[in-house]
Design a protein around this ligand. Structure first.
Ligand SMILES: N[C@H](CCC[C@H](N)C(=O)O)C(=O)O
Length: 261
């Protein structure tokens, strides 16, 4: 069949979106998703999402990583699908939708290109040596770094993602360095198996881990620079639990087209 697709990007994390409210796409196998996401043989993207109808919610987000595996939560993907839902007229400026990690609320600007997405609460941050490990909808490893601009993120990220601890399930590897009043972050993403330009659940994990590291409590606002732009994370930290976590940033429609799937 032929399907109309919409290509979105949020801070350079890019996605193929398909309106599946009529259930025209029944089952997507790994190979099809991987072919569509391939940057030479397909459209090119870090992931693919279906927007589907679901009773009690504005829509359901179904997310696949670029390698075709149905992934865990994707923060930038979540922001992009909210922009897509507004574009389709499914929502106005606020929404409640379901993703694999649970219910998400979001707000979108009138122009439809700035999205504030509530992320799941987090109450556990573990240590792996000097690194932090936590789940913000997807599993993340957060490690402080120096000279991050010139770091070999691919090889160092690959080695951590494929070590004995993480190889089976995989993990997203984030390197963070202090910059201005926030941080600079680079991420090696599981499922893309490469560095991406931004990772929403990743910068969220970094913001929480750094608040724990620096023993910051109360309402915290953390600006984070990534290769593809700027994101912002707001949350409350009471010393044990992180709640009211919002990931904020741009989400834009890049182009549309039709492709055989
Ligand atoms: N790019 C994503 C993360 C996708 C999750 C995926 N890489 C995995 O954990 O399998 C984000 O913005 O949060």
């Amino acid at each position: 069949m032929n399907a109309k697709f919409y290509k979105y990007q949020g801070a350079g994390n890019d996605f193929i979106l398909i309106d599946n409210r009529q259930n025209a796409v029944k089952q997507l196998d790994d190979e099809t998703v991987a072919r569509l996401c391939d940057r030479r043989f397909g459209i090119g993207a870090d992931g693919l999402m279906l927007l589907e109808n679901l009773e009690g919610y504005d829509f359901k987000m179904v997310y696949y990583n670029a390698d075709g595996n149905e992934g865990s939560m994707c923060g930038n993907g979540g922001r992009c699908i909210v922009a897509f839902a507004k574009y389709l007229g499914v929502i106005n400026d606020t929404t409640k939708f379901l993703a694999t990690d649970g219910v998400h609320h979001a707000k979108i600007s009138d122009a439809g290109n700035w999205v504030s997405l509530q992320m799941i609460d987090v109450d556990t941050i573990e240590n792996d040596g000097s690194a932090y490990v936590l789940n913000t909808g997807s599993p993340h490893y957060v490690k402080q770094a120096t000279e991050l601009k010139v770091k070999d993120v691919y090889n160092e990220g690959y080695a951590i993602r494929n070590n004995a601890t993480y190889k089976a399930e995989g993990i997203n590897v984030n390197f963070v360095e202090k910059e201005g009043d926030g941080y600079f972050v680079r991420t090696f993403e599981r499922g893309v198996e490469n560095e991406t330009y931004a990772c929403g659940t990743g910068v969220t994990a970094v913001a929480l881990a750094m608040a724990k590291h620096n023993q910051q409590y109360g309402t915290i606002n953390t600006p984070i620079k990534v290769l593809g732009g700027d994101l912002n994370i707001r949350f409350d930290h009471d010393g044990e639990k992180f709640s009211n976590i919002f990931l904020e940033g741009p989400a834009e429609l890049v182009f549309t087209g039709e492709i055989a799937i």
